[in-house]
Write a protein that binds this ligand. Structure first.
Ligand code: IPD
Length: 220
């Protein structure tokens, strides 16, 4: 529905959508104006009526995110950002926390939904590597809302191996506009690399990265 309505107004634009890729469409990020759509992020939560799922939408041009929107329709929370114009929750400005000390940080270490043995072992390694080094660990089941929580200062960092471009594109801009950082665990952010860490500061992200198991995954 979203893609159909947007196409009526922007017929030449490109689209990448979780559901479109699931039915065989290409996941090809070009320099063209591209809308990246995840109609339900946090699907498992949605199925269980756990009110932590959302719609995530990003608009990219030359592979840079220019607009990011994450909307939780259950709690009526709308996170938005436009490039160089700040980040907002329901039109009120948001900002990342000022925490830079790992031992005082609330870190989101998402489990993911893949039950592949290597992936599960990697998740458990990361949880056990971090557990006694952070103030608290969380996993709430929506990559986009996890990023929104870091942007709004409710959590200090979130990382995951196995996410897709539609899970993180909108959040990447919202985090940046809220004053935080979003990185690949091996360098600058790469939206297609299937791994990402975001944090209130680069200083905090760089304390977490060396503790993580660098799971190798096929790119989007
Ligand atoms: C998933 C959620 C989950 C994350 C997975 C994602 P989906 O997205 O964001 O929190 O751990 O990696 O795939 O499948 O509910 O859109």
């Amino acid at each position: 529905m979203l893609i159909g309505r947007i196409k009526e107004n922007f017929p030449s634009h490109m689209f990448i959508g979780e559901e479109s890729v699931a039915v065989g469409e290409k996941c090809d990020l070009t320099n063209d104006p591209t809308w990246i759509v995840d109609p339900v992020d946090g699907t498992m939560n949605f199925v269980h009526s756990f009110p932590h799922s959302c719609i995530a939408l990003a608009v990219l041009y030359h592979k840079d995110v220019h607009i990011g929107i994450i909307y939780n329709p259950i709690l009526e929370q709308m996170y938005t950002a436009k490039c160089n114009q700040g980040a907002f929750l329901n039109d009120k400005p948001i900002r990342v926390s000022e925490e830079t000390d790992l031992s005082k940080s609330l870190v989101i270490a998402e489990f993911g939904t893949n039950r592949d043995t290597q992936k599960m072992e990697s998740v458990l390694k990361n949880v056990s590597a971090l557990m006694n080094k952070v103030h608290g660990l969380r996993a709430m089941g929506s990559a986009a809302l996890n990023m929104a929580s870091v942007a709004a200062g409710g959590a200090d960092s979130y990382f995951e191996f196995g996410i897709h471009v539609w899970d993180i594109a909108a959040g990447a801009l919202i985090i940046k506009e809220a004053g935080g950082v979003c990185l690949d665990t091996e360098g600058p952010l790469d939206l297609m690399s299937r791994r990402m860490i975001c944090a209130s500061s680069e200083k905090l992200a760089l304390q977490i990265i060396p503790l993580l198991d660098q799971l190798k995954l096929e790119r989007d």
